[in-house]
Design a protein around this ligand. Structure first.
Ligand SMILES: *Cc1c(COP(=O)(O)O)cnc(C)c1O
Length: 398
């Protein structure tokens, strides 16, 4: 049969049929431990009973309601998010790219309000912000941009985790910084602990908006509901998506202070954005994360997994670093290791490799200790076997 899905992904040869917690089953009934969570989406795991019940109930009441009208669940979610985040208001959309698109539009509007005709936004090398034209232009990865020129203008790029490089920018058109608290696609890059606070200070000094892309880091993943809470600061703008709906598409752009007043009637919109079903999903996710203290659990599990991997992989050749912030875990090797994804798949373990040589783990926050330990031993076995064989080959060749 011809596959008529546009080939925008190099997909792995597996079709999943159902899930339960951190487990997935393929069409042949083989079971997999999911250490990717649909790329940081299913923080509550698969088929979470509370979410299942909430969605079924909501589907029987109201799935969609145009933004021509007030939407009660949207207003409730906006209040919960804003209060939890220390922000003022929220624009709802359907994805991370759209949340960042809203942030970028907001920043330009802010610039124009200050009389800046061509507002510019500072962005980082190695960043990922999405696949729309504006967000791929903001993204610091030439592969994402290649073939889609002309790019959207108005971005100034600097190295990640380098405050001095931002300080050196002397350009009156700058209106904002857009940055990830931890770079996910960029290879699980964790900046210095004071990075965000120093950017905050600089933004205050220069009248720039600090815009945090928390699409991957948000909703407990790094050990707090929002990663910036660990830096003790508030952003002006914060984008969310991935884990917010645990798989029901929803994105959000949160704003505070002057930023909250930029997008007024007629300036932005989305047909599906903030529909009752998606908002019900997000409200349920926030409730479960709170009720089950999943942020603290992410910290605990992240430490357990990272420590376990450090112990089991000690002395294995080819391993550069094992790092984590909560349940964003990276195992960096000294060479491209994409083939590990297939090896793990064979053994019933779902992992991801990003930035070519970093194994990225984004397991669900509901993992049990035994499951975390199983993940560690399974992955350590695969990686040490692979790295050991590679080192032996290199010795033979020499
Ligand atoms: C995944 C991701 C996006 C894009 O989200 P989509 O929902 O795929 O549009 C943007 N920023 C970051 C940091 C991401 O990880």
């Amino acid at each position: 049969m011809t596959n008529r899905v546009m080939p925008t992904y190099a997909r792995l040869p597996v079709v999943f049929e159902k899930g339960q917690g951190p487990w997935l089953w393929d069409q042949q009934g083989k079971r997999y431990l999911d250490a990717v969570s649909g790329v940081a989406v299913c923080g509550l795991g698969h088929a979470h009973p509370e979410l299942q019940a909430a969605l079924a109930d909501q589907a029987g009441k109201l799935v969609h309601c145009s933004n021509l009208y007030r939407v009660d669940l949207q207003e409730r979610l906006a209040t919960e998010l804003a209060e939890a985040a220390g922000m003022d208001n929220v624009f709802f959309c359907n994805s991370g790219a759209e949340a960042n698109e809203a942030a970028l539009k907001l920043a330009r509007k802010y610039g124009h309000s200050k009389g800046i005709a061509e507002p510019a936004v500072i962005v980082m090398e190695g960043s990922f912000h999405g696949r729309t034209l504006a967000t791929l232009s903001a993204t610091g990865n030439p592969k994402v941009q290649d073939g889609f020129e002309p790019l959207v203008s108005g971005f100034i790029r600097v190295p990640y985790n380098d405050v001095a490089a931002v300080e050196r920018i002397d350009n009156p058109s700058v209106v904002a910084i857009l940055v990830e608290p931890v770079q996910g696609e960029g290879g699980v890059k964790i900046p210095a602990p004071d990075y965000l606070a120093r950017l905050r200070t600089l933004c205050d000094l220069r009248g720039w908006l600090l815009m945090l892309d928390e699409v991957q880091t948000g909703i407990g993943r790094t050990g707090s509901l929002f990663a910036y809470q660990q830096a003790g600061i508030l952003p002006d703008v914060c984008s969310l998506a991935k884990a917010l709906g645990n798989g029901v598409p929803i994105g959000a752009c949160l704003a505070r202070g002057v930023a909250a007043g930029q997008l007024t009637a007629g300036k932005h919109g989305s047909t599906f954005g903030g529909n009752p079903l998606a908002c019900r999903a997000a409200l349920t996710v926030l409730k479960v994360v709170r009720d089950q203290s999943l942020c603290a659990r992410a910290t605990e599990l992240g430490a357990r997994i990272a420590e376990g991997l450090k112990q089991k992989l000690a002395g294995v050749p080819g391993i550069v670093e094992i790092r984590n912030q909560g349940l964003m875990i990276g195992v960096e090797l000294d060479h491209a290791c994409g083939e590990l994804v297939n090896r793990a798949l064979d053994e019933g373990l779902l992992i991801n490799v990003t930035a070519e040589r970093t194994i990225r783990l984004l397991p669900p926050l509901i993992l049990k200790n035994e499951e975390a330990d199983l993940l560690v031993s399974q992955l350590a076995g695969i990686v040490s076997g692979y790295c050991g064989a590679r080192a032996a080959q290199a010795t033979e060749a020499a």
